[in-house]
Design a binder for this molecule. Structure first.
Ligand code: UD1
Length: 436
């Protein structure tokens, strides 16, 4: 049985929503529990598909896990294996983080190459190149990759500020006896969060959030005693942005708690260009539009602090309701417009060519049957459905459930008419890993 969302559109969303812990922090942090044996309490951890997949991988390596409400407790003292099984590896691209954390713990790691996915090729050459620069030996046999040897550390430079490669290498560098400096790092807030977690586990890592990260090798000097640590995850700026766009698209007004405006500045600037009123106090943001939405002009996805690619599909939906022409240029992933044809089916006016899409705002969209092809593209269709006239069905919501905890419940708490329905259908074979 597959689940769909059934949405009755046209109701302005109103109320208050508390933003949850970030998916993109939870995944590297969970992988990082392997770096040092210990008992880790990770609070505000979202209960989403990708986190459950990561939990399965940790268990397969010998860790024990349990949940207490929104806290996942990982006991990594028993981790005894350094191989991630192929079946689990293929479920999620973030399994690649185990390479760094297993190297830190066991001095060796074997994983299977994560394949392409619905939003593009997703190579891991920057991860591999960084590990080689650190001194590790890499062997490959078809899809399998072994990594072992001594980490000599030193100064390495990434060819591109990849988020995942920065995080993976921060963990792998802990295996060194010497210190490592990684230059041209990604600067996403989730990287600061990983640094915070690693510090709470007793490691010395500095500089996250800037383009240079310093890692003190913990190799021989490592305290082999297990550790007990409590860590609160960063809030999910992408979840927050998604809900805000649903509020704006429906002409509603809502207050979001547990979200700091400084980690989503570029998205908020864009909302302001569209005519939204934003008020913030401490960790709370209130958002609404007094008049209708207007086009924000040109939006280009970029590494942080630029406009996040993970908000691009939802923004495309929102711009369908904004007066004037909007250009969206997707600079991070090669094919991230899977939602476009479904929006067109609903009556949107969108032309795309390569990495550019031009959206002409329309008076309204009409609900119809649509299909999520990936996580954020699926969220974009939900936003369109909430703001459209009539009924919208979004199929294949397992893509959405990978990254949003109880999206239906959250939107209903704001007054949205959305429910999950079940249907007898086969799950399509997802090529390679999940999207982001
Ligand atoms: C992370 C986020 C994802 C987000 C993306 C970009 C997590 C779990 N996922 O993914 O939600 O969309 O950042 O903000 O944090 N690349 C290479 N070679 C590599 C690595 C990356 O060419 O070895 C390319 C990718 O194909 C992509 C670009 O670099 O075009 C950015 O990828 P990267 O920053 O690595 O994204 P992820 O870490 O996979």
């Amino acid at each position: 049985m597959l689940e769909n969302y059934c949405i009755e559109g046209g109701v302005p969303l109103r109320g208050e929503y508390r933003v949850r812990g970030a998916k993109n922090s939870a995944l590297p942090v969970l992988a990082a529990t392997v770096c040092r044996g210990g008992v880790y309490e990770i609070y505000d951890c979202p209960r989403i598909g990708d986190v459950f997949s990561m939990e399965e991988i940790l268990i397969s390596l010998g860790a024990k896990t349990r949940w207490e409400e929104d806290c996942i407790i990982v006991d990594s003292r028993g981790v005894s294996k350094s191989q991630v099984p192929e079946s689990l590896m293929s479920e999620m691209r973030s399994s690649v983080f185990l390479m760094g954390s297993l190297l830190a713990r066991c001095g060796e790691a074997s994983i299977y190459r994560p394949g392409g996915c619905n939003i593009g090729k997703r190579p891991i050459d920057i991860h591999i190149d960084g590990l080689t620069q650190l001194g590790f030996e890499i062997e490959r046999e078809e899809e399998k990759i072994w990594c072992k040897g001594l980490c000599r550390g030193g100064k390495i430079t990434l060819a591109y500020p990849s988020v995942g490669a920065t995080e993976n290498l921060m963990m792998a560098a802990l295996a060194g006896d010497g210190d490592t400096i990684i230059e041209n790092c990604a600067t996403e807030p989730e990287i600061c969060d990983l640094q915070g977690f690693l510090r709470s586990a007793g490691f010395q890592v500095f500089g996250a959030g800037s383009d240079t990260v310093f890692i003190k090798g913990a190799g021989k000097k490592r305290d082999r005693n297990s550790i007990e640590s409590m860590y609160f995850l960063l809030e999910d700026r992408i979840e927050a942005a998604t809900y805000m766009m649903a509020v704006l698209a429906t002409g509603g007004r809502a207050v979001f708690r547990n979200i700091r405006p400084e980690i989503m500045k570029e998205v908020l600037r864009c909302f302001e260009r569209m005519g939204a009123t934003i008020r913030n106090f401490e960790n709370t943001i209130e958002i609404y539009t007094a008049a209708g939405l207007k086009s924000p002009g040109i939006i280009v996805t970029q590494p942080y602090p630029g406009f996040p690619t993970d908000c691009q599909p939802q923004m495309m939906s929102l711009c369908c309701f904004a007066k004037g022409l909007t250009t969206i240029r997707e600079e991070i992933f090669e094919s991230r417009f899977s939602h476009k044809n479904h929006l067109i089916k609903m009556g949107a006016d969108i032309e795309s060519c390569g990495k550019n899409a031009i959206i002409k705002g329309v008076k309204s969209l009409k609900g119809c049957r649509t299909q999520a092809q990936d996580l954020r593209g699926g969220a974009a269709l939900v936003i369109a459905g909430l703001a459209a006239e009539g009924q919208t069905t979004v199929e294949n919501i397992y893509h959405i459930q990978r990254g949003y905890e109880d999206l239906e419940k959250g939107l209903r708490s704001l007054g949205g008419f959305i429910e999950t329905t079940k249907e007898e259908r086969k799950k399509e074979k997802v090529q390679g890993q999940s999207a982001d």
